[in-house]
Design a protein around this ligand. Structure first.
Ligand code: PRP
Length: 177
């Protein structure tokens, strides 16, 4: 019997593409003419961000911020720090944060609070997935893709111990523990 964790498809690359297009259409409707700044949270959001902006055919800018929770493994520790910060001002900008997953909500709550202090014109959140059953802090997700079960999710940017980010589908990892 193999001890390697197995990844089973939860949302296929085709389902993801359909969802990304749907989210892009919603975002386009709200932001066209506003020249928004899309702010991706590294590392998990890199693939979603890259695909999403291909469907946003109007002027925008992108930026990344890298956050880290202490420790590695299955879940966040609750202590968030900014590893790589913003390189330009977001004051008076329409900022749309791009996240791969909202789990406990600790990471995004920390970030939204951090960004709000920098006085953007508006601040919204787009998350591809939501593990709502694990929430510890209420979070408003303005543009939401998939609600996912309370299982370990990998692929399409999401990792387990830095592995599986390159899977093109969103998968459930089984046998990892
Ligand atoms: C993951 C994910 C979110 C966060 C969600 O990031 O990308 O940012 O956890 O968890 P929470 O809602 O419980 O805070 P992680 O810290 O694993 O870093 P990564 O993006 O580099 O994988």
């Amino acid at each position: 019997m193999s001890s390697q964790p197995q990844a089973h498809i939860l949302f296929s690359r085709e389902e993801i593409e359909t969802m990304v297009k749907r989210l892009a259409a919603e975002i386009k409707k709200d932001y066209q003419g506003k020249h928004p700044l899309l702010l991706g949270i590294l590392k998990g959001s890199f693939m979603f961000m890259a695909d999403l902006i291909r469907f946003l055919d109007f002027p925008l800018e992108i930026e990344f911020i890298r956050l880290s929770s202490y420790g590695r493994g299955r879940s966040t520790s609750g202590k968030i720090k900014v590893v790589q910060g913003l390189r330009s001002s977001i004051k008076d900008r329409d900022v749309l944060v791009i996240e791969d997953i909202v789990d406990t909500g600790l990471t995004i709550s920390f970030l939204l609070d951090y960004l709000q202090k920098k006085k953007p014109a508006s601040l919204k959140l787009c998350a591809l997935t939501d593990k709502h059953s694990r929430r510890q802090i209420p979070v408003t997700i303005d543009y939401l893709g998939f609600t996912v079960p309370n299982k370990f999710i990998v692929g399409y940017g999401l990792d387990w111990d830095e592995k599986f980010r390159n899977l093109p589908d969103i998968c459930v990892l089984e046998g990892e523990g």
